[in-house]
Design a protein. Sequence first.
Length: 254
Amino acid sequence: MGSIPSNSETPALKTNPRFIFFTDFDGTVTTADSNDFMTDTLGFGAERRIALNKDVLHGRMHFRDSFVEMLDSITTPFPECLDILLKKITLDPGFKEFYDWAQANNVPIVILSGGMEPVIRALLDTLLGPGWDIQIVSNNVAAREGKDITEKGGWKITFHDDSIHGHDKSIEIRKYSSLPNRPTMFYAGDGVSDLSAAKETDLLFAKADKDLVTWCENENVPFVTFRDWTSILQTCKEIYAGSLSVKDAARGRI
């Protein structure tokens, strides 16, 4: 592959990689989804959240609208939410090894998240340690009018774009997929926030027993399941070495 110049729109090309790994964060890099956890324990609860997810999955509701409803049900001050999440959310058991391999082999990792950047950064600081090198493209958090995020009911989500997803992950991926002689691209995800990215890369890793697998099967989107990042690492190593093609890797449920 020839050298493709990077710019502010395509920072993952800076080191002229052969591969780029895009990934969801909550419930994919972590074992549990921080937004689901807050909704279930601090907001309106799991039953309503699961019902909203099903509405999104079956096209009855947009993810953006369901997510606002979820997070609006949480009135706990934002710093308290962060403190709770830092105690409860853990890293997928295979992700640190995958991160180290990616760093050593010039495979940039780009987090595309429907969650909030301050949460992601705080969790990575704790779970990976300071100095981690991962690009984050996500939604954010802001104070409600006349309030402060440290107050009860004082914060809200601010979306990355105006799409029905709140963050249309395909926008970032297409900056790369539209280029000639581009790197091979991967994506890993688990749920309804990943629908906008599912068709956009060369190989999709979908977390086993989660909503994204159901959607892929209904939409005939090629994928391979994973339970943790140890299997993602093994597959990527084989593709990197040339002993496995991305087409052959998309084996569906395994």
